[in-house]
Design a protein around this ligand. Structure first.
Ligand code: GRG
Length: 302
């Protein structure tokens, strides 16, 4: 069970991120933008301002606070990461990929608009993420921005999320073994979550050991996130999830849950949360938000 204070903290952070994203997706052009085409902008807003949990930005904000980093920079980096997450959902829902009509309880972007607009909205969100981090408005020294941009690019690109999606599409034919599934998941969903945890250490200029600790914490909860997602795909319904469920089993897609069963997955989730908490124990009380986030990830219902 989550404590009320964690839910409250997550909702408060989500409201701040929502406000930041709303400002970033305003009608007015930024310097050197020629125009913001109305339909494209509307599609981007549809894909972003639609009630996500904002878990990844929350992790950026909490990991930044752990090291006493700047709140403004954490909000902007969190918003940039959320733009990449939302782009991945918009593209994942396309007919050429998962072909879904429902996301966060609403019509997916290609259904509400059209496929070409959904592709361009995803492209624009991905590009905008790097703009947001590097822009002069982000209150960070240039060397930290470059470190963030490198880590974010590696997490999102061919060796991270996009590569993981490619492996996932191939997995329908190649049936990967356990190590193959772990690698695929660490890339497809784990890489952005790992970045979210590591980002705070970069923003605050933490030392290498602390940055590594946060990275390892991120890897644990990335794995927990995917395990919980696979369990939910098996046990939840579309109304609770706001998206189609049961698709993995229908496609015979290999997951650790399919390989080892529900009881194993539930026990493994417990172990991952324990390991994650142990990693952050040296930080004491200050790490409570992150440790509760690990529990939330493992116990989530949507
Ligand atoms: C198209 C390049 C490209 C990548 C797609 C992440 C991804 C890769 C696809 C999403 C497919 C999917 C539903 C994976 C399960 C894990 C996941 C990312 C769930 C959604 O994340 P939440 O629960 O969603 O954080 P909200 O809506 O709260 O943001």
């Amino acid at each position: 069970m989550q404590t009320l204070s964690f839910d409250h903290r997550l909702k408060e952070a989500a409201a701040k991120i929502e406000a930041t994203l709303t400002r970033l997706l305003a009608d007015a052009c930024l310097a050197d933008e020629v125009a913001r085409p109305a339909t494209l902008l509307e599609a981007m807003r549809h894909g972003v301002l639609n009630g996500g949990k904002r878990l990844r930005p929350f992790l950026v904000m909490e990991s930044t606070a752990l090291f006493g980093g700047g709140v403004q920079a954490a909000l902007r980096v969190g918003a940039a990461l959320e733009c990449i997450h939302c782009y991945s959902l918009v593209h994942d829902d396309l007919p050429a990929m998962d072909d879904d009509d429902l996301r966060r309880g609403q019509p997916t972007v290609h259904v509400a608009f059209d496929e070409a607009t959904a592709i361009l909205a995803g492209d624009s969100l991905l590009t905008y993420a790097f703009d947001i981090v590097s822009a002069p408005e982000t209150d960070l020294a240039a060397d930290r921005k470059v470190e963030l941009l490198l880590a974010l690019s590696r997490a999102a690109g061919m060796g991270g999320m996009a590569g993981g999606q490619a492996l996932d599409l191939a997995a329908e034919k190649t049936a990967p073994d356990e190590q193959g599934i772990i690698t695929l998941q660490a890339m497809k969903t784990g890489a952005l979550i790992r970045f979210a945890c590591e980002a705070g250490a970069i923003i605050a200029g933490a030392n290498t050991d602390d940055r590594l600790l946060l990275r390892r914490f991120g890897e644990k909860i990335g794995l927990a996130f995917q395990l919980a997602d696979d369990l939910l795909d098996l046990t939840s319904d579309a109304a609770a999830m706001g998206k189609a469920t049961g698709k993995d089993a229908a496609r015979g897609k290999g997951t650790l849950v399919a390989l080892h069963g529900q009881a194993w997955a539930e026990a493994k989730l417990g172990d991952l949360v324990k390991d994650a908490a142990t990693l952050l124990a040296p930080f004491g009380e200050k790490a409570t938000g992150l440790i509760e986030a690990a529990r939330f990830v493992a116990n989530r219902r949507n």
